[in-house]
Design a binder for this molecule. Structure first.
Ligand SMILES: Nc1ncnc2c1ncn2[C@@H]1O[C@H](COP(=O)(O)OP(=O)(O)OP(=O)(O)O)[C@@H](O)[C@H]1O
Ligand SMILES: [Mg+2]
Length: 232
């Protein structure tokens, strides 16, 4: 399987003496899947997302994305891969305070010197995400929901094949949460973007095509909606 994401026996330990936070996690995500990752606080969801996306290294195990071993790439290849093919939405948006929303959205494009040709797309996102009135605003001048939508637009500007989102609706009200989930459903459906979404909102998780549940760093259930049966 080369097209999607393949995690093999991921172990991640922290501390001394080491505590295993991911305890041998293996799963495969096909290209175009929308996967919700659920589990209690501390079960390892964020750690799994960081390790799978290449933002953090596993203690042992491997991750292949589109057939490439993410943790074996040299740092410049990993950098280009992450910026060009992977979008990441953090629970807290990490917008740059000194940049306007439009400039923040264009940040990943700037790294590839593609600001000019991505500008139209950025304006399109601002419109689609109901942010027209925020184009020239700085993060401090926007509401939390507006900032989160800017962060999502930023994660999508390079049209990533893979989107990792860590509780993107966690600090939003229900209207904004719904709006964000709608954006994800749309890009999954219409652009085929593969999505791994960490969420504690069960009705959002239920709308994903597949739900992976973690308990204490292990996958305890992995259910696909279409098949309606347990895979493991
Ligand atoms: N850098 C770190 N150093 C030490 N321990 C860590 C580190 N990062 C995470 N942990 C521990 O690993 C465990 C899993 O953390 P993780 O952030 O993955 O949980 P989570 O499922 O995302 O929880 P939440 O729902 O609260 O966000 C926790 O017990 C946490 O304390
Ligand atoms: Mg977390």
């Amino acid at each position: 399987m080369t097209a999607g994401i393949n995690c093999r026996t991921l172990v991640k330990s922290f501390g001394d003496p080491p505590t295993e936070v991911l305890r041998g996690i293996s799963f495969t995500v096909e290209r175009g899947e929308f996967v919700a990752i659920t589990g209690r606080s501390g079960s390892g969801k964020s750690t799994l997302l960081y390790v799978t996306s290449g933002l953090d290294d596993p203690t042992s195990g491997e991750v292949y994305i589109s057939g490439k071993n993410v943790h074996r790439m040299d740092s410049s290849a990993l950098h280009d891969f992450r910026n060009g093919h992977v979008g990441f939405v953090f629970q807290f948006h990490y917008l740059l305070p000194e940049l306007t929303s439009l400039e923040n959205i264009l940040m990943p494009a700037r790294k590839f010197k593609r600001e000019k040709d991505k500008r139209r797309k950025a304006l399109h996102f601002l419109h689609e995400f109901e942010l027209d009135h925020c184009i020239n605003k700085f993060p401090s001048q926007m509401s939390g929901g507006e900032q989160q939508r800017v962060a999502i637009a930023r994660s999508l500007i390079m049209e990533p094949d893979f989107l990792f989102a860590d509780e993107p609706t966690g600090n939003l009200d229900s209207i904004n949460g719904e709006r964000v989930l709608g954006i994800f459903e749309d890009i999954n459906r219409n652009h085929g973007t593969t999505i791994l979404l960490v969420t504690h909102e069960m009705d959002f998780a239920a709308r994903a095509g597949r739900q992976i549940h973690l308990i204490d760093g292990m996958i305890t259930s992995d259910v696909k909606k279409e098949a309606g049966r347990k895979k493991r």
